[in-house]
Design a protein around this ligand. Structure first.
Ligand code: THU
Length: 133
């Protein structure tokens, strides 16, 4: 059964996740809520590190939580930041592996939606598993 994305609920959960962000260096909290095809929602925040490149973004935190629990099919993602920033390139690539047609909702910490689009819009001509067949 395909889950019905509830945009406002996803944004609400992403905002709640952003409150857990560990951001002593950037002071830029990010929250994500990823809706799996079975209806389960996985949340994530960014987790920074004194060795800066070791930082993991909110979107990948949510994705890795989901995949590590056996979920590999996704419908929608809400990502929230104070500025309505969009997912970075590494996150786009990681998400593309599992859900090239993912609905992406980009919002701010007040819950205002800045953009709604498909992941394929954010990563056109993406490299995916099919290229390795
Ligand atoms: N960040 C995310 O969590 N997701 C993105 O897609 C963009 C960037 C985080 C990483 C870092 O902790 C902070 O935002 C500033 O780059």
């Amino acid at each position: 059964m395909t889950a019905v994305p509830d945009t406002q609920e996803l944004i609400r959960l992403a905002i709640a996740a952003s409150e857990k962000a560990y951001v002593p260096y950037s002071h830029y909290p990010v929250g994500a809520a990823l809706l799996a095809a079975n209806g389960t929602i996985y949340t994530g925040c960014n987790v920074e590190n004194a060795a800066y490149p070791a930082t993991i973004c909110a979107e990948r935190t949510a994705l890795v939580k989901a995949v590590s629990e056996g979920q590999c099919h996704f419908e929608a993602l809400a990502v929230v930041t104070r500025s309505g920033g969009s997912p970075c390139g590494v996150c786009r690539q990681m998400l593309y592996e599992f859900a090239p047609n993912l609905q992406v909702i980009i919002a701010d910490l007040e819950g205002n939606i800045h953009t709604t689009c498909s992941l394929a819009d954010l990563l056109p001509h993406g490299f995916g598993p099919q290229h390795l067949e």
